[in-house]
Design a protein around this ligand. Structure first.
Ligand code: FMN
Length: 405
């Protein structure tokens, strides 16, 4: 795994050297990017020596006499695509503001816009700068965009004042980064059964009924759960995706095959997440021969078995999480489903919103449990997957605590 570490111009810049070492101790490659101001505080050479990688210090190559280098000319895009997370530590008030505004006036801010990897900020600044409404507002904007903020601590600050604004402890910053990478093995010992993708209901040998599900949400869940230490059983309808490594895949086509596979694997699982978009109907009389075009015709459909309801009905101690793709009365309809199907949680997609959900890299969801409503603002499916797994883990821990009493 590879992390880009943005270092900004503050007194705490020197602490980032230790962060590089802590990440590398965990086998993570670190590409350091320094803002121009950061280089007033610490020399790039220190980071180059520690990380063993060239440090990026500017957007444009210096000197007019050099031939433009195409590789470095598009470096911000290359780095954006190659990293698994962007960590900024220390993050200045200035960089927080520029990220919030979507500015791209140096390498770090351009990288922030160009990457789809999770972003973690560890701010450090004078207490008044930290408490200024402008900084608070900017951080709120970023949080709503899915950026993780490692809150600064309180204490004596380099400026001589006392209060909030000290860079968080390095271990806390590293731990938030590992969490964003899905590299914390907090699901070790769990077996997570996930269904993903669409189903296909046969009409005749060449035609079928299906839907727009790409399978990306379920595959992101499978990969994230695997990285967090779980054994993962993935029941997948037809998709164009490569299954994540380490995941045990059962391939199915129809709703009936998906139901059979899920019920067969259910006793092995401790957490079940139904992310598949299962066809609500199958064809009553699929034809053995291709149907000819001969005027009007009617297709008789019958309802398929509601897989998640069936799984919830047969569960023993498993946590069961369903998905609801709604286009109207989104939360109300999902609450009804949560209760009527006795689920532990339901993840609600508003599929009527353009650019997210079906067939997209991004999603915005609401996770409903009997006691909580968690809104996950638009972000990558990877980040949504992490939030769903956090809830699954929380529900599992609550259940275990109840059982122990
Ligand atoms: C000695 C000194 C210490 C500074 N410490 C901080 C700091 O801890 N946090 C902060 O947000 N800005 C701090 N600043 C201000 C930033 O360096 C300044 O806003 C700069 O433009 C930030 O550039 P950058 O965000 O591109 O790194 C400090 C400035 C000086 C001169």
């Amino acid at each position: 795994m590879k992390v880009a570490l943005g270092v900004c111009g503050g007194i705490a810049a020197y602490k980032a050297v230790e962060i590089v070492r802590l990440l590398e101790d965990r086998g993570i490659r670190v590409q350091v990017i320094m803002t121009e101001s950061a280089q007033e505080f610490i020399r790039p050479l220190t980071f180059a020596a520690i990380s063993g990688e060239k440090v990026i210090t500017q957007m444009f190559a210096p000197g007019g006499d050099r031939e433009p280098n195409i590789e470095s000319a598009i470096e911000h895009i290359a780095v954006a695509q190659s990293i698994d997370a962007l960590l900024v530590a220390p993050a200045t008030a200035d960089v927080v503001a520029r990220f919030a505004q979507g500015m791209a006036n140096d390498f770090l801010t351009t990288l922030y816009l160009a990457t789809t990897a999770p972003v973690i900020l560890a701010p450090a600044m004078n207490v008044n700068m930290w408490e200024h409404p402008a900084t608070k507002h900017n951080l709120e904007v970023l949080r709503n965009r899915g950026v993780r903020v490692v809150e600064p601590g309180s204490g004596y600050l380099a400026c001589g004042m006392t209060g909030a604004g000290r860079l968080a402890e390095n271990e806390a910053i590293v731990s938030a980064t590992l969490q964003a990478l899905g590299a914390v093995e907090d699901l070790a010992g769990e077996t997570v059964l996930i269904s993903a993708g669409p189903t296909r209901e046969r009409i005749d040998p060449v035609r079928y009924l299906s839907n727009r599900s790409s399978g990306r949400m379920g595959y992101a869940l499978a990969e994230a759960a695997e990285r967090r230490g779980a054994r993962v059983l993935l029941v997948s309808g037809p998709t164009a995706l490569n299954p994540p490594s380490g995941v045990e895949v059962t391939r199915v086509e129809s709703a009936r095959e998906m139901l059979d596979a899920m019920l067969r694997l259910l006793p092995t699982a401790s957490i079940v997440i139904k992310a598949a978009a299962v066809s609500d109907y199958s064809v009553t009389h699929p034809q053995d021969q291709k149907i000819k075009r001969e005027g009007k015709t009617t297709l008789e459909l019958e309802p398929t078995t509601d897989i998640v309801a069936e799984v919830a009905r047969r569960k023993t101690s498993q946590i069961v999480i369903g998905f609801a793709a709604e286009t109207e009365n989104v939360v109300e309809n999902a609450l009804t489903k949560l209760q009527s199907k006795s689920l532990d949680a339901i993840v609600v997609n508003d599929v009527s919103r353009p650019g997210i959900g079906f067939d997209s890299e991004r999603n915005a969801v609401t996770i409903l449990t009997p006691s909580d409503t968690i809104h996950v603002a638009e972000t990558t499916k990877w980040e949504v997957a992490q939030q769903i797994l956090n809830q699954a883990l929380r529900l599992q821990q609550e259940r275990k605590a109840m059982a122990a009493h």
